[in-house]
Ligand binder design. Structure first.
Ligand SMILES: C[S@@+](CC[C@H](N)C(=O)[O-])C[C@H]1O[C@@H](n2cnc3c(N)ncnc32)[C@H](O)[C@@H]1O
Length: 278
């Protein structure tokens, strides 16, 4: 059964990184209807209809990358929940992601950690569910970890999509270290952009005449992932495909190009699945 939302249209007044949730929500919805699509998510499509915002004017044509990222994370979290019915899911920078309704049939505790203005719009636009606990807190603050460490006992899946690139590398390493130090065992999912793309955003990446994406200081080539992971005790990589690998038909050309090792290792964005304390 899918939840529904009420019908008053809402004009969000977001800016900076919080506004980017409108980009990812909208592009995901472009790949979430019809039998042949990456996601099956009627709630997402309804959500986008509720938002009064010039998505195409601001962001241009939608690409499949955000739906690919969500589908990949969905599959990892579904498997985790099957293996750990006593588990907990934490999503950092969850924005308006509707993954809770796509994958959490078992209704395990699910914490959405985001900045206050982002939690406010999530609260306003998405259905309330006692198992979807909304935590107003920066991912860089350890208060959310204190809460999870106190309230959970089984393994924890920490997922973060479209967030770490807005931090610095040292902030990312500290965040990952805090997770593996404070929680006994679990899994982590995050995505990476390559350094060339990070540099492009630092110069100003114009998606349209109306919209320039916020700077993304943290870029990581897949070739440099082992060096990053080495800085985080107990963390090990389970899989690290580039974006085109899990569902090649949605990125055919890039999938062909990324068979060239240099392209995969230095040019491609990545989907990183890790575990700790296994
Ligand atoms: C690109 S959006 C991604 C949203 C969602 N993960 C998705 O894929 O649709 C970035 C999200 O990170 C959140 N964010 C930005 N800085 C944050 C921080 N320091 N701590 C937690 N969340 C943050 C924003 O509010 C926004 O919801």
């Amino acid at each position: 059964m899918y939840a529904t939302i009420d019908d008053a249209r809402v004009a969000p007044s977001l800016s900076g990184v919080p506004e980017t949730m409108l980009l990812t929500t909208w592009t995901r919805s472009a790949y979430s209807s019809g039998p042949d699509n990456l996601l099956h998510d009627p709630l997402l499509n309804e959500l986008v209809r509720q938002i009064d915002y010039d998505f195409r004017g601001r962001f241009g044509a939608p690409s499949p990358v955000h739906a690919i990222r969500s589908r990949y994370a969905d599959e990892r979290i579904r498997t985790f929940l099957t293996q750990h019915p006593d588990g907990t899911v934490v999503v950092l920078g969850e924005g308006l992601e509707t993954q809770f309704w796509r994958v959490n049939e078992a209704r395990v505790p699910w914490y959405s950690v985001d900045l206050p203005e982002s939690i406010a719009i999530r609260r306003r636009l998405l259905p309330a569910d006692p198992q979807n606990r909304l935590v107003e807190c920066s991912a860089l603050d350890t208060a959310w970890l204190d809460q999870i460490a106190t309230e959970s006992s089984g393994p924890v899946f920490v997922s973060t999509a479209g967030l770490l690139m807005y931090f610095t590398e040292d902030q990312v390493v500290t965040l990952l270290r805090n997770i593996t130090e404070r929680l006994p065992r679990g899994e982590v999912f995050f995505d990476t952009i390559p350094p060339w793309f990070s540099r492009k955003t630092l110069r100003g990446w114009h998606l349209s005449r109306q919209y320039t994406a916020p700077p993304m200081p943290f870029g990581l080539a897949l070739a440099d992932l082992p060096e990053l992971i080495e800085r985080v005790p107990r963390l090990e990589v389970v899989a690290a495909p580039n974006y085109s690998q899990p569902y090649p038909r949605y990125m055919r050309l890039f999938n062909l190009l990324s068979r060239i090792p240099y392209v995969h290792n230095h040019i491609a964005p990545g989907l990183i699945h890790c575990r700790f304390g296994a």
